[in-house]
Design a protein around this ligand. Structure first.
Ligand code: PBG
Length: 336
């Protein structure tokens, strides 16, 4: 008896009705913009990243300009990654008081203190072997790495970071970082934990951008196997027990089911990371005319939010926010 009484098409007859019944709508506040800061790059430095069209290597002052531009279209948060001048076996530039990231935090806070500055807490961009922790022989030494991660998080908080985001996938790192921050007096600095981070081929363009591909082996002994969703829930539960405040699922689009189960199983805010490979695929396909970039961008971001993400870390943040701001403006024009 459903048809002809029920006609779902009635609610799709005009753009206005479609907007009224839309269940998932993006806003610029959903987005977090990743930025790449180059140490010792002086001022005014802004160089395009080949593997990630539309993204840049930046000096701290230019990172601040970019953060300000993002803020002007409603993107309130940035996530900082660093490219150090020198790498060593421990990744000691990660916690340098005057490191590129630490300088950028201060520069952004000087430009606009309201911007939420999140620092990625990991060693892989800083180690000469490219792994996310220190080595013992050819294995990554979990427990020896914890202290270094905690040190890094404290130096980021000391520079003025509003949150730290550990992305290394060592066991126990959230607890170690919480302890480190608390001991240093940063009781109110939240930890946004990459709790469910998969060993993904979608990180390729980022590794080229930050020169952090492992010199040998891969990250499969610490990042999760793509086939595992129960294990993702276990990782998240452990991070919450250790004191995580926000959970990150990464990558996003190929892992929408994980975002959805995280949303259904836990109470904390959930962030999803639309990673470099997801971004580069859309950019690349659009560049040769196979898809429409703006529609692909908005649809992928909407899907990630629909799956349950409260926040989306995305290289599209500024462009997507501009699209949303334009939509609101044209709506306002119509009303007048
Ligand atoms: C560092 C880190 C990586 C990404 C974020 N933090 C690379 C990796 O784990 O290999 C990837 C982000 C992206 O691809 O956009 N651990």
């Amino acid at each position: 008896m459903a048809f002809p009484i029920n006609r779902p098409r009635r609610l799709r007859t005009s753009p206005t009705i479609r907007h009224m019944v839309r269940e998932t709508a993006l806003t610029p506040h959903d987005f977090i913009l990743p930025l790449f800061v180059v140490e010792d790059s002086g001022t005014g430095f802004k160089k395009p990243i080949k593997s990630m069209p539309g993204c840049y290597h930046l000096s701290p002052d230019m990172a601040a300009q970019m953060a300000k531009e993002a803020y002007s279209v409603g993107v309130q948060a940035v996530l900082l990654f660093g490219l150090p001048t020198k790498k060593d076996s421990q990744g000691s530039s990660a916690w340098a008081k005057d490191g590129g990231v630490q300088q950028a935090v201060r520069a952004i806070k000087d430009v606009r203190s309201e911007i939420c500055v999140i620092c990625d807490t990991c060693l892989c961009e800083y180690t000469d072997h490219g792994h996310c922790g220190v080595l013992r022989g050819e294995t990554v030494d979990n427990d020896a790495t914890l202290e270094l991660l905690a040190k890094t998080a404290v130096s980021q908080a000391q520079a003025g970071a509003d949150m730290v985001a550990p992305s290394d996938m060592m066991d126990g790192r959230v607890g170690a970082i919480r302890q480190g921050l608390d001991d240093a007096g940063f009781l109110d600095t939240p930890i946004m934990s990459y709790a469910a981070k998969f060993a993904s081929s979608f990180y390729g363009p980022f590794r080229e951008a930050t020169d952090c591909a492992p010199a040998f082996g891969d990250r499969k002994t610490y990042q999760m196997d793509p086939g595992n969703s129960r294990e993702a829930m276990r990782e998240i539960a452990l991070d919450i027990e250790e004191g995580a405040d926000i959970i990150i699922v990464k990558p996003a689009l190929p892992y929408l089911d994980i975002i959805k189960s995280t949303r259904d199983s836990f109470l904390l805010p959930v962030a999803a990371y639309q990673v470099s490979g997801e971004y580069a695929q859309i950019k690349g396909a659009a560049a040769i005319g196979l898809v429409d970039e703006v529609s692909n961008m908005m649809e992928s971001l909407t899907s990630i939010k629909r799956a349950g993400a409260d926040m989306i870390i995305t290289y599209f943040a500024i462009n997507a926010a501009k699209v949303l701001v334009d939509q609101m403006t044209s709506c306002a024009d119509i009303r007048m």
